[in-house]
Design a protein around this ligand. Structure first.
Ligand SMILES: Nc1nc2c(ncn2[C@@H]2O[C@H](COP(=O)(O)OP(=O)(O)OP(=O)(O)O)[C@@H](O)[C@H]2O)c(=O)[nH]1
Ligand SMILES: [Mg+2]
Length: 744
């Protein structure tokens, strides 16, 4: 039952998720079945057998129960007296005897009251039920404060060792104090009088034809849970009134697998009132006729007061009138019938009870099976049951959704990237400007020029006094005089070393500038591709590697050309650089070719003589003649501090000019930077597949920015997947229930 109950919960949840497929009608059936199964599950757990004592008002229900117990515990009077139902449990020992009153939680009470008031407004005037409810509400209002004071008590328990001690209290709670009775949700009376019938619980219920809605509701509730009905019926009123017929119909509906006739015991009460034996027989006959489906042995004439009188345990009324009742019974020649009743009910409990339980459980299980199978049958075609195939198709489906979404996205990203790249990274002044004109690249050149200027200043940077000090220090001979040429050579050697160090810094600064731009592209990609780290990392390789590569690239390029230039311009004084000029001959030619400065000039002549002359077309053996003619034969060698200073400054300024206007171009910085940037660009644009996989992986791990993508709705896929899993689970559970039922 537990499994069935869980199965129903699952199936109902599944139905609610698939409203398109499962018709309402099936859902309703399932909803109806669920509480029945739940209740049965609880009952089996508690292992209790519940007998409800039902009947019209004043049919003698409470007296019948008292007679069963052998002592007057429950209030029984001529006027309507049972106002609240009472459960009678068996107490294990004398010291365990007690009664417990559970009051309604105040909120629940208020809620009920509000519902009743609402009903009064909604029901048409003159409708009989409306009158009942109105009366009900009026009474509640009349006792309102008193009811509240009971509600506040929550729960009350009192122990007793003899019924006499609590009889009056119970009478108050059940019959006399209407306010208290209304506040009570439940009374449990534990008594040793039921000891023989251990796990039976009796419910004494108010007459269900009471005008109080509460009483009808109580009776219905007991009908829902009871395993047997002890029905008190006045033997001289055999006809079934409407409310009785209604009540029996409810009993059938609430326990569809056990017909009422199969679990009801009819106690025909007040038989002592029968004038004669013959009349009694006629009435019994009539009752049998009315209750055709009930076995005759279960229709028992009784006189409960007689029993109590004989036991001497009746209340004052019975002890007063009992003698006459006994007399009447004797006259008719019948017994009080209580033993017969107890026997037949006990018989039922001992022999039929298990069968009844089994039949009910089987019936409920069958119903559950039927409805759940139907649901499975309806859902299976929509949600295939082969999990692998399903996984495959679902994967395909998910993949398709993703691919379609991605295609559009990728197109948009490519466009955005292209316009970002041309506007931010490689802006052109006009559409077909050469690469050099790109703003960003020009900035590299500007940066380079600044670096070159700084380099010149820093290198040049000996202030006059310091220059002089260095000159004197470096030129001092052992004889204590200053040798200008030695000083010059050493000064230049010092400068040359310093210049080479500075050059390394330039290349590293340039590399940094390029790296920054590359990182900028990486950040754009990161921002535009849902902040997926992996994509950025992939694009930039590792930052370490990128840094090393760019730095290395820059310095190789730069030093390849800058180093010879620095050597040529700085290492030795004019007139003493013959060796370098011939060693770097091809570089000198190259520098000249790349030179883009103001005037194309003849570098070799400058290096040799310190004078710029207009370009001389090489090769010509005569160009030296031209020079000699124009400049005079001798290279002037600087011979004092001022001349040396001037020569070095001239060389440095020229080196600066050549760094900016020739070396920069010869080294191909611009194309190197453009190459690097273009490489990043194409690494991004040409890697659609890999990117898509990375995005998909991020989506699968529910990367938050992707979850906000409205157009990527794979929820449907996940939903279906969920349904399929649940459906498989329902099938499995159903199979389990079937196999355990088959074993049982
Ligand atoms: N003579 C006679 N009186 C009976 C018999 N059964 C019950 N009475 C009396 O009828 C009155 C009502 O009996 P209850 O047991 O209170 O009836 P009830 O069905 O419990 O009444 P409510 O709970 O108020 O619906 C009491 O005074 C009983 O003593 C019977 O078999 N013979
Ligand atoms: Mg009663």
């Amino acid at each position: 039952m537990e499994k069935a109950s869980a199965l129903l919960d699952r199936t109902i949840a599944l139905c609610h998720k698939t409203p398109k497929e499962v018709p309402d009608e099936i859902k309703r059936e399932l909803e109806k079945l669920r509480p029945l199964v739940k209740r049965q599950e609880e009952k089996l757990k508690a292992n209790q057998f519940e007998v409800a004592v039902l009947g019209l008002e004043k049919a003698g229900k409470s007296t019948l129960l008292n007679a069963w117990l052998g002592v007057e515990i429950l209030p029984a009077m001529d006027e309507r007296c049972t106002y609240t139902s009472c459960e009678i449990w068996s107490a294990p020992g004398e010291n365990d005897q007690c009664y417990i009153i559970e009051y309604y939680p105040p909120e629940e009470f208020e809620k009920e009251l509000a519902e009743k008031r609402k009903l009064i407004k909604e029901l048409p005037k003159g409708f009989s039920e409306r009158g009942d409810i109105e009366k009900d509400v009026q009474e509640i209002e009349a006792y309102y404060d008193e009811i509240q004071s009971f509600l506040r008590q929550g729960r009350y328990e009192r122990k007793f060792s003899d019924v006499d001690e609590v009889r009056e209290d119970l009478k108050q709670a059940i019959a006399i104090n209407k306010a208290q009775a209304r506040a009570i949700r439940r009374i449990i009376l534990k008594t040793i009088k039921l000891r023989a019938d251990r796990d039976i619980i009796f419910h004494d219920v108010p007459g269900f034809n009471s005008p109080l809605k509460l009483h009808k509701a109580l009776a219905e509730d007991k009908l829902r849970r009871c395993d047997a009905i002890l029905y008190a019926k006045e033997h001289d009123k055999p006809d079934l009134v409407d409310s009785e017929v209604n009540m029996l119909r409810i009993a059938d509906e609430e326990d569809p697998h056990i017909r009422v006739a199969g679990k009801i015991f009819i106690a025909l009460t007040r038989i002592d009132n029968s004038k004669s034996c013959q009349l009694l027989d006629e009435r019994i006959e009539k009752a049998r006729d009315k209750w055709k489906d009930v076995p005759e042995s279960r229709i028992i004439p009784v006189s409960p007061p007689a029993r109590l009188y004989n036991l001497g345990t009746g209340g004052s009324d019975i002890m007063r009138d009992g003698k006459k009742i006994i007399q009447d019974l004797e006259n008719i020649g019948v017994s009080d019938g209580i033993d017969e009743l107890k026997n037949i009910v006990s018989d039922y409990i001992d022999t039929d009870r298990a069968q009844v339980l089994e039949r009910r459980c089987k019936g409920l299980l069958n119903d559950a099976d039927k409805h759940v199978s139907k649901v499975i049958e309806i859902l299976l075609p929509h949600y295939p049951d082969n999990p692998e195939e399903l996984e495959q198709t679902q994967d395909d489906e998910e993949f398709n959704v993703f691919i379609n979404w991605w295609k559009d996205k990728w197109n948009a990203i490519q466009e955005d990237f292209a316009s970002y790249y041309t506007s931010e990274i490689m802006p052109k002044d006009h559409a077909d400007a050469p690469a050099q004109e790109h703003e960003r690249l020009r900035q590299f050149q500007i940066a380079f020029n600044e670096l070159a200027d700084r380099f010149t200043e820093d290198t040049l940077g000996y202030p006059d006094e310091k220059f002089e000090i260095r000159y004197k220090t470096l030129g001092l001979t052992e004889e204590g005089i200053i040798h200008p040429q030695n000083a010059h050579i050493r000064l230049r050697e010092e400068l040359h070393q310093k210049a080479l160090d500075e050059l390394n810094k330039i290349s590293s600064d340039l590399a940094k500038a390029l790296e920054e731009v590359i990182h900028e592209i990486g950040n754009w990609v990161f921002d535009h591709l849902w902040k997926i780290e992996k994509i950025r990392d992939d694009l930039l390789e590792s930052s370490m590697r990128l840094h090393e590569r760019v730095e290395h690239g820059m310095s190789t390029l730069f030093l390849r050309f800058a180093r010879p230039a620095v050597t040529l311009f700085l290492l030795s004084p004019r007139g003493l650089r013959e060796h370098y000029i011939s060693a770097y001959h091809s570089d000198i030619v190259l520098f000249g070719e790349y030179y883009q400065g103001e005037n194309a000039q003849h570098l070799k002549t400058f290096l040799e003589r310190g004078t710029w002359i207009a370009e001389v077309t090489e090769p010509t053996e005569h160009y030296l003649d031209v020079i000699d003619r124009e400049l005079g034969k001798q290279t002037v060698i600087s011979a004092n501090l001022d001349e040396i200073k001037t020569e070095i400054r001239e060389d440095l300024n020229s080196l600066n000019d050549y760094l900016k206007n020739s070396i920069f171009h010869a080294a191909g910085f611009i194309s190197y930077c453009r190459q690097e940037l273009d490489q990043v660009k194409s690494r991004f644009l040409n890697n659609e597949n890999r990117l898509m996989q990375q995005v998909r992986a991020a989506y699968r791990r529910k990367h938050p920015p992707l979850m906000e993508e409205k157009t990527l709705n794979i929820e449907n896929y996940e939903f279906r997947r969920g349904i399929i899993i649940e459906l498989a689970e329902v099938q499995k559970k159903l199979a389990e229930i079937r196999s355990s039922a088959a074993k049982a």
